[in-house]
Design a protein around this ligand. Structure first.
Ligand SMILES: Nc1ncnc2c1ncn2[C@@H]1O[C@H](COP(=O)(O)OP(=O)(O)OP(=O)(O)O)[C@@H](O)[C@H]1O
Ligand SMILES: [Mg+2]
Length: 374
């Protein structure tokens, strides 16, 4: 797919911007604090209805303004799709084809993106919550059913945790209600875990050859979905639901004492193994970078396989973080494959040589200037 145009009103440091984008690599060049990341953030918002760097929508609205609007036009095989996200006092409003959508699961997936920024190294190094978020964001874009089950799971889990605390504090006594909530957690949780285990396995299939090539056949990558349940890529949701129900029943007294649910996908993790060792704990910085890069590139393939459309690739300042070898891998892998948005303070070295026919935009203080090619 392709983002052919975008319009921003009162978004971050953009008063008003309307711009057309080219199909290949769009390079956004500018000094620090001019609005490069802000523009990628707007594209991310248009895809996922949320920023990749803040949970507070208020921060996205231009200072002293009431409301921000991001509109875009996505070109797909089936035709153009106009999208719109409005942020303001009344909360968030989203439209597809000019029609308001009440559920995020009918909005997300129309525009799919893979974002890669220096902070994505935290995918490998960071806490399990970072990797769960990664799975939710990526798999949610591929499957509206996953998003649906995830949102019901989160609701049920919050209610159950709240009720566990009431039981602990003797504000409630009814164990039957607890069982109802446990059943809901187990039902939606089984669905969530089954999809994660299956898609992690498929992601591994795409990531392995990429990783092998970047590491020059010296290292082998494995991805593992880690859960307290007995689970693999073939696990049925119904089986996982039964396991989860049994675990919730067995731990009920412990969970009341703790005031929280101790088993389920909210506790699961994703491990990256290089030559059999968890790269989070035992990997060198270089191995962690190679892993993150291979996984990000694999996401492009997986998303295309699952949805039939290639996603957009958003590269925020990553070239400066990668050595020439890894830059070469990245830039040759994306060539002619996906529409790419790449921010940088200057285009030099390997990148200048490798990117074929880039469309270059200069960004200054929330204004874009397209560089005319000779
Ligand atoms: N809500 C807002 N309203 C107006 N301006 C904002 C808002 N939020 C951020 N900014 C401005 O946007 C600027 C940062 O823009 P951005 O993060 O896109 O920079 P950048 O071009 O990516 O720079 P770098 O190269 O340092 O990453 C800040 O200087 C800030 O003043
Ligand atoms: Mg930036």
């Amino acid at each position: 797919m392709q983002l052919t145009e975008i319009e921003l009103r009162h978004f971050r440091n953009y008063e008003h911007l309307a711009v057309d984008f080219a199909p290949g690599v769009n390079v956004l060049i500018g000094e620090n604090a001019q609005g490069k990341t802000n523009l990628l953030e707007a594209i991310h918002l248009l895809a996922l209805t949320r920023s990749h760097r803040t949970n507070k929508d208020r921060e996205l609205v231009q200072w002293h303004q009431e409301q921000a609007i991001v509109r875009g036009r996505v070109q797909k095989q089936t035709g153009p799709v106009p999208l719109e996200v409005q942020l303001g006092k009344g909360g968030k409003r989203v439209k597809v084809n000019h029609l308001p959508q009440s559920r995020l699961s009918t909005y997300i997936g129309n525009l799919t993106v893979v974002l890669f920024s220096p902070e994505d190294l935290a995918l490998v190094k960071g806490a399990p919550a970072v990797r769960r978020q990664f799975m939710n964001v990526e798999f949610g874009q591929m499957s509206s059913r996953y998003l649906y089950n995830l949102s019901h799971f989160n609701d049920a889990l919050n209610q159950r945790n709240q009720y566990l605390r009431q039981l602990r504090n003797h504000e409630a006594h009814d164990r039957v209600l607890l069982e109802v909530l446990s059943d809901q957690v187990a039902t939606f949780g089984g669905e969530v875990a089954a999809v994660r285990a299956r898609l992690v396995h498929q992601l591994e299939g795409w990531a392995q050859p990429i990783h092998e090539e970047i590491s020059q056949q010296k290292e082998a990558l494995e991805l593992r979905y880690v859960s307290q349940l007995t689970i693999d890529a073939q696990s049925e949701a119904s089986d996982l639901t039964e396991q989860l129900q049994a675990a919730l029943r067995a731990n009920v007294d412990k969970e009341i004492a703790a005031g929280t649910t101790l088993t389920g996908p909210q506790r699961d993790d994703l491990h990256f193994l290089v030559n059999g060792k968890n790269v989070q704990h035992f990997g060198s910085q270089g191995q962690q970078r190679t892993t993150a890069l291979a996984v990000k590139l694999a996401e492009l393939d997986l998303m295309k396989e699952q949805t039939g459309e290639a996603p957009l690739l958003l590269l925020d300042d990553v070239l400066s973080e990668l050595d020439d070898d890894r830059q070469t891998h990245l830039l040759t892998a994306i060539q002619d494959k996906v529409q790419t948005f790449l921010t940088t303070t200057s285009l030099s070295g390997v990148a200048r040589q490798l990117i074929k026919a880039p469309t270059i935009y200069q960004i200054e203080n929330g204004h874009l200037q397209k560089e005319e090619t000779a």
